[in-house]
Ligand binder design. Structure first.
Ligand code: BTN
Length: 259
């Protein structure tokens, strides 16, 4: 169906919109069709039947209750890809704040939280092809789920925008604002590099300064989350050594709860 994103002010992000009532996964769709779609193409599905989460988990999307948005970014430097999840997280925080007037925080690498509960997850995937590396940034925002929806799925630390703030936000205007904010962040990154954005990210990241569990598959270590590296890794002090943690297959949890 042909639609436009309300309030869109971008040059590229979200200008080409593909909207579906149902898809397996908006990320999977964009990865499969990356070669024939332009930079900035956005895919939105009203519901996903095989939404992908991280690391290797599924993402549940009751029809119409959330925003499932994926954005295609062509021409990525492979060295920049590990910072993309952090930049996307900031873009979502800024857009939720612009729309609701509430404050949001980030749990490394890019879970967006409200009062310690997760209301958005982001999955960045890259695709290397002969014509260059493309990235797919997949953003899932819980908008209108109820507490029984989360209880039913056993998601103890999840919330939705409506549940947490009482605000009803439709998916398309939020998608438009995410494109606006994320495009500005990407321009800032291209022009000025990561340093200043990293400081902004750190000011929103509630993981820093906390004792955390670093979980990779069946292995778990405990450490102090100290800093964010220039490549976006979380620097943890584990057993007296500073260790960079990369998002890929690893989850970071608070010692006494989710964050
Ligand atoms: C996470 O587990 O925290 C990441 C979840 C990412 C979900 C979004 S919804 C839109 C896009 N399509 C997918 O299949 N996954 C991402």
């Amino acid at each position: 169906m042909s639609r436009e994103l309300p309030g869109l002010k971008t040059v590229r992000l979200g200008r080409r919109l593909l909207y579906f009532d149902e898809l397996a996964s908006t990320n999977a769709y964009l990865k499969e069709n990356a070669a024939v779609l332009p930079h900035g193409a956005a895919v939105i599905a009203q519901s996903q039947i095989k939404g992908r989460g991280r690391p290797g988990k599924s993402w549940s999307d009751p029809a119409g209750a959330g925003l499932a948005l994926s954005l295609l970014l062509h021409g990525q430097n492979t060295s920049d890809i590990s910072r993309l999840p952090l930049l996307a997280g900031l873009g979502v925080v800024f857009s939720l704040e612009a729309i609701t007037g509430e404050s949001f925080s980030l749990k490394w690498s890019n879970d967006v939280l409200y009062c310690g509960k997760k209301l958005c997850g982001i999955l960045c995937e890259s695709k290397i092809a002969a014509q260059g590396t493309s990235a797919v940034v997949g953003i899932g925002v819980n908008l209108a789920q109820t507490q029984p929806d989360f209880d039913h799925l056993g998601l103890v630390y999840a919330t939705s925008l409506q549940l947490a703030t009482g605000k009803i936000v439709p998916n398309l205007p939020l998608a438009g604002e995410i494109c606006n904010q994320f495009e500005q962040i990407l321009e800032d990154f291209e022009e000025n590099g990561f340093n200043r954005l990293k400081e902004t990210y750190k000011s929103r990241c509630i993981t820093l300064g906390k004792q955390v569990r670093v979980i990779t598959g069946k292995t778990e270590q405990t450490g102090l989350a100290c800093d964010i590296a220039d490549d976006g890794a979380l620097i943890c002090e584990i057993g007296g050594k500073l260790v960079p943690i990369y998002a890929g297959e690893t989850s970071v949890r608070g010692l006494y709860g989710y964050a």
